[in-house]
Design a binder for this molecule. Structure first.
Ligand SMILES: Cc1ncc(COP(=O)(O)O)c(C=O)c1O
Ligand SMILES: [Zn+2]
Length: 418
């Protein structure tokens, strides 16, 4: 028999699941009930370095290190491997206002193929796996970006897709998703209600549903960020900043770093150099109108991180207009917060009211209007400076995210003040 490319392993009991075909047939849950599995590849990691020199044209540049058996199943729109942009104006703010010499590299999802969102790599891998394993339909609850990305990629793969969205969803997103031929069900309630409706639909129709932020499809695709840092910067950044709702990317970065620690001793040889692969200090931002992780972090810090601290988090009712950042109950905090702590990072709160003025500054300096969630990330960078969380010489990665194409309301507010 041919050697397998990968297996999944239950993170709770260690049970081995041979491939995604088996994982899907198990309802994406181990026999012990755990829905979180991690992938281990039987790849030749000594060849990873070759992929980290030169150009890349999308997620499947890393095919040998992705859980897809056959390249012909890949569904790709050249997603995820966009050039990191050095934003001098943010470096100048650090120098002028705080006397810090740092480098700032911004990831712009709007330059990515697919739908220009944070979620394109996950949708590309998902669509490819569904094609590989003959999955006949997929559903999820989403506040916007996942639905947009999956609708585009599943249309490419010919897999019927049903999405459940909260009542306050951005109408621009709904229009785009429907234009891809997907079914959209708008709930009378919020994101929580949409999730319940999606779960009920999945159970009654047997339609496969995303496992959420811990879904190995999401985590494995997103961990290619580690490869991208090594390819583009020839080093890991010292600091990683993003706006957070569920927290897939922090989980994925951590998986990628642990994987390279166990498979290649924590260094990768690129262009004749041994590059250490370490976890950047993670600074995760939330807007003050939906900030349960920041509230939890502040309390945990004040309490001195007592045993079980990570399970102590509140639920809040979101009062935000940023529909993709509305996770009022941060169910992943127990997984994400220990990674943030271990990395030496922090959660920071930014003001939603401050975002339009900051977006005008980005427009002036960089010639683009980022989406509102992306502005939470930029505001998070400024907050990190203000709170002394950035240090002399830091290489800072700002994982900004999508543009404002599907957030007409935000463009309007930004435009009014110009
Ligand atoms: C720009 C941007 N920032 C942050 C997030 C939140 O990501 P997560 O839910 O994985 O924390 C999203 C989600 O789509 C996003 O588009
Ligand atoms: Zn298990």
């Amino acid at each position: 028999m041919e050697k397998p490319k990968y297996h999944l392993y239950c993170t709770k009991c260690g049970n081995e699941i041979s491939d995604f075909g088996e994982w899907f047939s198990m309802g994406q849950k181990c026999t012990c009930g755990c829905a979180r599995a991690e992938i281990r590849y039987f790849a030749d990691y000594s060849r990873l370095g070759e992929l980290l020199e030169g150009s890349a044209d999308g997620l499947f540049h890393y095919f040998d290190f992705l859980p897809l058996n056959e390249r012909r199943h890949a569904v790709t729109l050249r997603e995820g491997t966009v050039p990191l942009e050095e934003w001098k104006y943010l470096e100048d703010i650090a120098l002028r206002q705080y006397g810090l010499r740092i480098s700032v590299f911004v990831s712009r999802s709007d330059l990515s193929g697919g739908t220009g969102t944070f979620k394109d790599p996950a949708a590309a891998l998902g669509a490819s796996l569904f094609r590989e394993w003959g999955v006949k339909g997929y559903c999820l609850a989403s506040t916007g970006n996942s639905a947009t990305a999956f609708s585009r990629y599943l249309a490419e793969a010919g897999v019927p897709f049903t999405v459940f969205m909260p009542c306050d969803v951005n109408p621009d997103s709904v229009e785009v998703i429907r234009s891809h031929g997907s079914s959209v069900v708008i709930s009378e309630g919020g994101y929580g209600a949409a999730k319940q409706e999606a779960a009920a639909f999945s159970a009654s129709t047997g339609t496969l549903m995303t496992a959420g932020n811990i879904d190995p499809i999401r985590v494995e695709s997103k961990r290619t960020l580690v490869f991208e840092y090594l390819r583009q910067l020839h080093r890991m950044p010292d600091v990683y900043i993003q706006a957070v709702a569920g927290g897939t990317a922090p989980l994925a970065l951590d998986k990628g770093v642990r994987e390279l620690a166990s498979e290649c001793g924590g260094t990768v040889r690129v262009a004749g150099q041994d590059i250490p692969v370490t976890l950047p200090r993670m600074i995760l931002a939330q807007q003050d109108t939906c900030d349960p992780m920041v509230q939890a972090w502040e309390k945990n810090t004040a309490d001195g991180f007592p045993s079980g601290w990570e399970k102590d988090y509140p639920s809040v009712t979101p009062r935000t207009r940023i529909s993709i950042l509305t996770a009022g109950t941060p169910g992943n905090y127990p997984l994400v917060a220990p990674i943030v702590r271990r990395s030496g990072g922090a959660f920071v709160r930014v003001s939603e009211d401050s975002l339009p003025a900051l977006a005008r500054e980005v427009l002036r300096e960089q010639g683009i209007i980022p989406g509102p969630a992306s502005m939470v990330c930029i505001a998070g960078f400024l907050k990190a400076l203000e709170q002394g969380l950035l240090h002399e010489g830091d290489v800072v990665s700002v994982n900004m995210g999508e543009g404002s194409a599907r957030a007409g309301w935000f463009r309007e507010i930004v435009g009014e003040g110009c």
